[in-house]
Ligand binder design. Sequence first.
Ligand code: SF4
Length: 236
Amino acid sequence: MSEQLRISAKNLGAMALADFCPRCFWLKTHAKKLPFQIFPGIFSSIDSYTKRVVHGWIDELGPPAWLDGIGRITGYIDPPSYHTFQMHVEQHDILLTGAADGILELADGSIAIIDYKTAKYTANQDKLLPMYATQLNGYALIAEHLKMGTVSKLALMYAEPVTDPVTARSDAVRLADGFAMPLAVSIHEVPLDPRQLDLLSRRAREIYDLLEAPARTPGCEDCDRLDSLMRLARKL
Ligand code: SF4
């Protein structure tokens, strides 16, 4: 076994997707940082804002009705950052990390872990469910390892922008210094099933330990584009 593999629960979850490519995984985990990786910051701003809205609502008014699907909420735990929200999976020498969006306390003394999505729930989101399920189950494992509580529920909270013409012309969105955009919330429960994590961790370790990148996925056009770029660069 080579050196410790550090991997986020989300990246481990990507291994559960139908189009997972071992070569891409090997390259990403060994290169650590890849070029052309731009992630729009607006989504993490909205996630942070959502967290503040949920916490403020619970503090001042009690749990909002749109979180009823989670269960009887009595409070929340401020989610730790990925610097501390992690655990060592000794069996595979993997450091599993993550950053939960929401950790809610429930009336029976257990906790619920929530991931916020600023998106409409579509058929494409369904395709990503295996990744989200692994991610949330990974968070449950880490939370229990850190003795934050017993996890009894996992859920995705979709916050869909409400952009219809009537809303766009309503007084509610007109502010003195700009305009607001309402978000409609829907809750999708995710099964609590940490068994898949061991299988994926073992597979992650096997791929990471390969001395060379495995073969490319047949039919993936991106590797062909990369070859063309490299041929072009050699001519310059
Ligand atoms: S085949 Fe596609 S998915 Fe796999 S390494 Fe190449 S670009 Fe990545």
